[in-house]
Design a protein around this ligand. Sequence first.
Ligand code: RIB
Length: 302
Amino acid sequence: MTGIVVLGSTNMDLVAYVAHAPKRGETVTGREFRTIPGGKGANQAVAAARAARSGGDVAMIGAVGSDDFGVRLRQTLVSSGVDTEHLRTAEGPSGTAHIVVDHEGGNAIVVIPGANGTVTSLTPGDEARIAAADSLLLQLELPLTAVLDGAEAARRHGVRTVLTPAPAQPLPPELLAVTDLLVPNEHEAAILAGVADPHIAAEALLLQVPEVVITLGAAGCLYASRETEPFAVPAPRVRAVDTTAAGDTFVGALAVALGEGRPMQQALTWASTAAALCVQRHGASTSMPYRTEIDATETGAS
Ligand code: RIB
């Protein structure tokens, strides 16, 4: 069984599909509007639960609001098999993400934290749930105090911490000190390391964390650790219609594969396959593949 806990955000994604994203001062007419459950934390939880063997153990710690969005956000997690016992309901609005997706599948996102902003620390129950896991997945859409609390709790209990440093922002050294695996995209890695070249950025980040995976979109990913030589893993060539949550899908599947004891290269290849399936569909929780699809695609059966 793979024990994964996600400490992170839940957002209702309010998505406008357009030919081109509007520039400042411009109004454009879009093609379609959808409300889709998302949020970086919830996305990673859903991706992990779908990638896990049946009966996999994935739990979500965070908060939804007391509005209708909150009901739907919780329901999406539950129906994907995520344990929501530690997902609080906070009085007020749920988090929302206002997303514009263009004709190439690229996106621009504004997040309004809502209920996510109320999660400032862990409860003793949250810590006990983390202590029972193999890995804790973290992102930066909750207040940093909670992210740090969670990572420190995981470290106390010998639980592997996997941090997605998104949305990009400078990080306190004490958070990096309790991070085992850092998974930035190219842009986030450049901000954290102060250098654009991903190879050099990875080397610089290894001064702060023992393992780094830099995701490079269609170019795959780059793995570096203090123990081994760095290596690249290519991504399957696909036509992307919407890249929303591709990074979250990658991390959820990667955590499952590592939890099953797969070697890093194999785990990264499997996670890249999951992300490639995600970008061929629209939305966040609507685009994450199930284990059978990932396996079938990887072996070329579909
Ligand atoms: O990583 C994708 C997610 O970022 C979206 O689902 C949106 O909610 C934003 O948080």
